[in-house]
Design a protein around this ligand. Structure first.
Ligand code: ASP
Ligand code: MG
Length: 409
């Protein structure tokens, strides 16, 4: 059987950890499996590379940034092959071009289009352990592009899909998926299982454990994700189709990487929202919560606010200001003072009490709600960033009383 194992940066941060991971891989190999390993960059390497780039040129070209960033994964990939060799086992490192990972050319946010698995299969036939760089793709023109921060998870799932392997093992620095970030909510509990849809919401909402596109891809190809620690041998969490016991609420996510942009005084006529948001969409920027408020009613104007990831503020404002006269506005401003707190659970849709319990928990700690957005399985609120932690703990406390099911401990 072929096993796909992905190791995150923290499990590769030191020499000892690399050797420890190499031993785990060799154990699996020696028990008779073919093994494909996907690695991300060691420790804080990617952040350091981004800082170096900004230091040389704060407006560096995205293509060149990608050329730099992929070196992080190449280091861990080659070092891992060397570590496995030193344990007496055959292994080969492959970058995206060598592994046949063909992506789009959108630098910094490329998508894997297809994987030509010939080389990977040849190496497996030769009994090599195959180590692949995560996070990188190569375009059909030979350009190198990265998949977006945290993208190695997506590489691993794409490799599993291409090889027809049903489970992808993701080894990370936490022991599984928790009901909340244990650093913020000490009472958070580890889940045994969670459904793709719930996990997808949590990942999109800012739970940093899995790259959201990896969950999307896993769902599409029905690949189970096992998420656990690369450092301890504790049980992890399985992400799969639907879970046996549906929890009312399976998790809470908090996202501080939010900027709220307000476009003041746009015309209150059909087509305004379309023109405004299509100018942003053209830049491939993801817009989240949207609020429309009455502006100057007498002049027939309204204000539109929305949230984007902090890194996209500059480009969003550029897109809005250079709209070639498609729409007019009086002013554009932005603030980083907000956080988004969300709860996710398959049971939300059928239990109206969940929303009111969440709002009560916020009221209990005096937190004002700026915006509310709901879907079948999620409720998100925009709140003051300085209250984010206390709000998270209060909401978690209240909701977990309602919903314990599929958890450890
Ligand atoms: N090294 C990349 C990052 O830090 C990709 C990854 O870790 O998945 O974002
Ligand atoms: Mg990660």
């Amino acid at each position: 059987m072929t096993r796909i194992k992905k190791f995150g940066g923290s499990s590769l941060a030191t020499k000892e950890r690399i050797k420890n991971v190499a031993r785990q891989i060799v154990d699996t190999y020696k028990s008779g499996h073919s093994v494909v390993v996907v690695v991300s960059a060691r420790g804080k390497t990617t952040n350091n590379l981004i800082e170096q780039a900004a230091d040389i040129n704060p407006n560096c070209a995205k293509r060149e940034l990608d050329m730099l960033l992929v070196t992080g994964e190449q280091q861990s990939c080659a070092l891992m092959a060397m570590a496995i060799h030193s344990l007496g086992c055959p292994a080969i490192s492959l970058n995206a071009a060598q592994a046949g990972i063909i992506s789009s050319g959108s630098f910094g946010n490329a998508r894997i289009k297809t994987i030509n698995t010939d080389r990977i299969k040849q190496e497996l036939e030769k009994k090599n352990i195959v180590i692949i760089t995560g996070f990188q793709g190569v375009t059909k023109n030979g350009e190198i592009a990265t998949l977006g921060r945290g993208g190695s998870d997506t590489t691993a799932v794409a490799v599993a899909a291409a090889l027809g392997v049903g489970t992808c093992e993701i080894y990370t620095d936490v022991e599984g998926i928790y009901t909340a970030d244990p650093n913020i909510v000490p009472k958070a509990i580890k889940l045994k299982e969670i459904s793709y849809d719930e996990m997808l919401e949590l990942a999109t909402l800012g739970a940093k454990v899995l790259h959201s596109r990896s969950v999307e891809l896993a769902k599409k190809h029905n690949i189970k994700l096992w998420v656990g620690s690369g450092l301890t041998k504790k049980e992890g969490t399985l992400v799969k189709e639907s879970t046996m016991e549906k929890m009312l609420v399976s998790g809470l996510a908090m996202d501080k990487d939010i900027s709220k942009i307000t476009v003041v005084g746009v015309k209150d006529v059909p087509g305004t929202a379309f023109k405004l948001f299509s100018s942003i969409a053209k830049k491939n920027i993801v817009v989240d919560l949207i609020i429309q408020a009455m502006g100057d009613g007498k002049k027939g104007l309204k204000d539109i606010s929305f949230t984007v990831s902090k890194k996209d503020v500059k480009e969003t404002i550029e897109a809005l200001t250079q709209n070639n006269g498609a729409f007019e506005y009086e002013d554009i401003s932005y603030t980083n003072d907000f956080a988004k707190l969300s709860i996710v659970g398959a049971g939300i849709v059928s239990n109206p009490g969940v929303a009111s319990a969440m709002f009560e928990a916020l009221y209990d700690v005096g937190v004002n709600i700026e915006v509310i957005s709901t879907s079948e399985i999620k409720i998100s609120v925009l709140i003051a960033q300085e209250k984010a932690e206390i709000a998270s703990r209060s909401v978690h406390e209240k909701l977990m009383q309602l919903s314990l099911g599929n958890v450890y401990g």
